[in-house]
Write a protein that binds this ligand. Structure first.
Ligand SMILES: [Mg+2]
Length: 127
């Protein structure tokens, strides 16, 4: 299977949409809703599982295929939404990583699951 860069993936998505005349349904509102719905379908796979059962899912090929499909659905809508809004996902990713590194300094949050608002006033200023 071909390894596609983001630009090629977007092109594939647009071809799929154009060939089916689905352009009229493509709005930021609809696409963001579809993205959320697909993320929820991923959550549904794990709903009611214990922590251990959620790890054991790795040994179930059918469940892994379901997860793979939902991840691909999320990626599809993510790419489409970013394209419709002219958002460069590479830039967005690196900018967010920098923000998270600033919000969660290693010396303050290492080993802690607390949200930055619970321990940092500096991080609050970055928002
Ligand atoms: Mg789905």
């Amino acid at each position: 299977m071909e390894l596609l860069p983001i630009g090629k993936m977007k092109e594939k998505i647009h071809n799929l949409i154009r060939e089916r005349e689905w352009d009229k349904y493509q709005s930021p509102k609809n696409i963001s809703m579809a993205l959320s719905i697909e993320a929820s379908e991923l959550l549904e796979i794990f709903l009611w599982l214990t922590e251990d059962e959620s790890w054991q899912i790795k040994t179930d090929p059918e469940k892994i295929e379901e997860i793979q499909d939902e991840l691909a659905d999320v990626l599809y809508w993510l790419l489409l939404l970013s394209d419709l809004l002219n958002i460069d996902l590479n830039d967005a990713f690196w900018n967010k990583i920098k923000k998270n590194e600033a919000k969660y300094p290693i010396d303050q949050c290492k080993g802690s699951s607390k949200k930055y608002t619970e321990w940092s006033t500096e991080a609050d200023r970055l928002n």
